[in-house]
Design a protein around this ligand. Structure first.
Ligand SMILES: Cc1cc2nc3c(=O)[nH]c(=O)nc-3n(C[C@H](O)[C@H](O)[C@H](O)COP(=O)(O)OP(=O)(O)OC[C@H]3O[C@@H](n4cnc5c(N)ncnc54)[C@H](O)[C@@H]3O)c2cc1C
Length: 402
């Protein structure tokens, strides 16, 4: 730190200013507001002080897990299995508040809950749910979700990992790329193509199963705390009891992915609001040419552009959550929300980074961390282009995928 104008900011910057220009909070129930404030307080007190350091080191903050487990935020809108119930808006607010503080912690939870637990909840039998979900809800067993392969990302529908029937069980063979948490988690939901009928099935692999190995993807400059892996499945044997009984085709996988697009929209909005609030605070404190930079038209123009985007995202998200709660959300609506919120949030983070000048690229002021993390959010759960193609097909009736 060399700038006396901004040194004092480092202590407080990143704490929420509660930006809510269109009074979104009036739309929340008392329970939802309480949940949001609980996650906000936890994020400000426990995650924000350590976020930049862990991000720089590329390590996962394991000591946060027991504390996260006590917050009652693990389980989305799932019911039973020791899960604290919440609305889809409540679930979204958890993603929003975690995104506002740190994308890696939010992504860890998104993978564990939205992908791994939801796969078991939506695609497993009642016995399989009982077997895994209660431990996962207590964060005593952590999950990962292995769909993407080195040669199949956007077209994961073409995945090549195979599942061969062998007596009472199955033999899994193939490679996966990118699954978060996969270097250290306990169970991994693996999607593989049944050699006999060509359909995609889901299997629960345990980290110590012979033939399973996961190596960390290094050199990553987004979501650096999340441990993404290259996975090798070298004739991994699992029993029929580890095949998720309700997954019969890729259409079943899509049911899981629809929910996570919703969470990415909320998380993106959290990143954007953080970047906007930091830029606003900075602009009011930073003096150049004898006046705060906030008193310049060009800076105000950027701040208003950011606020406009943030407000639009907030309105998208609250409506998205209510549509889920009313059972009216379509996959194309989720795709549009993911597209809009992730792309605009990246833009907001970039504008905020400009407002901070040189300090904008340091970890001390958090904005660059949010901008880097947004690069991953624009890509995962289906890239912006894929969401665009999904919505484009819906509104024109023409598929432009191939
Ligand atoms: C940080 C991170 C975490 C992740 N976590 C997980 C996880 O937990 N589990 C998991 O299974 N996967 C995970 N993924 C994988 C993620 O879902 C994929 O990266 C994503 O689907 C894109 O696939 P790809 O990277 O192979 O890019 P590609 O599919 O190769 O795409 C490259 C570019 O081509 C574009 N493109 C592709 N096809 C078309 C087309 N028809 N028309 C126009 N443009 C096209 C894409 O939009 C993109 O811009 C993660 C990825 C990241 C970066």
């Amino acid at each position: 730190m060399t700038d006396p104008n901004t040194d004092s900011l480092v202590e407080t910057i990143g704490a929420s200013r509660g930006t809510d220009y269109f009074l979104m909070r009036e739309q929340l129930s008392a329970d939802e507001t309480e949940l949001m404030m609980k996650v906000r307080a936890f994020g400000d007190a426990e995650i924000l002080p350590v976020a930049a350091d862990y991000w720089e080191r590329g390590d996962f903050p394991f000591e946060l897990l027991p504390k996260l487990a006590t917050l009652g935020i693990v389980g989305d809108t799932m019911e039973g299995y020791g899960i604290t119930p919440m609305t889809a808006v409540g679930q979204g607010l958890v993603s929003y508040e975690l995104g506002r503080i740190d994308g890696s912690v939010g992504t860890f939870l998104g993978v564990h809950v939205g992908l791994a637990m939801q796969s078991i909840y939506l695609l497993g039998s009642p016995e399989q749910r009982e077997r895994w979900l209660p431990d996962m809800a207590r964060l005593e067993r952590i999950g990962a979700f292995a769909l993407t392969e080195p040669e199949h990302g956007s077209d994961s529908v073409g995945l090549e990992t195979t599942a061969r029937r062998d007596g009472d069980g199955w033999v899994l063979r193939g490679r996966k790329r990118w699954p978060g948490n996969a270097t250290w988690c306990d169970i991994i939901v693996v999607f593989a193509r049944d050699e006999s009928d060509g359909q995609v099935k889901a299997f629960v692999v345990e980290k110590d199963d012979p033939g399973y190995s996961a190596s960390k993807i290094g050199g990553k400059v987004a979501l650096r705390m999340v441990q993404n892996a290259d996975i090798v499945l070298d004739d991994v044997r699992v029993g029929e009891d580890r095949r998720l009984q309700q997954c019969d085709s890729f259409a079943d996988v899509s049911k899981v992915l629809m929910g996570t697009r919703n969470m990415v929209a909320w998380a993106s909005t959290g990143h954007a609001v953080a970047a906007y609030e930091i830029a606003l605070t900075y602009a009011q404190r930073r003096t150049q040419f004898g006046r705060p930079i906030a008193r310049t038209q060009l800076i105000q123009s950027k701040l208003v552009e950011m606020l406009g985007d943030v407000t639009a995202m907030q309105l998208y998200c609250i409506r998205l959550g209510r549509l889920i709660d009313e059972g009216k959300l379509s996959d194309t609506m989720a795709a549009l929300a993911k597209y809009f919120c992730s792309v605009r949030a990246r833009h907001v983070c970039r504008l905020a980074r400009d407002v901070l000048g040189g300090n904008g690229i340091t970890l001390d002021f958090h904005v660059m961390r949010h901008l880097c993390d947004m690069e991953a959010l624009v890509t995962y759960e289906g890239t912006a282009e894929m969401q665009s193609l999904i919505v484009g097909r819906d509104i024109t009736g023409q598929s432009a995928f191939v």
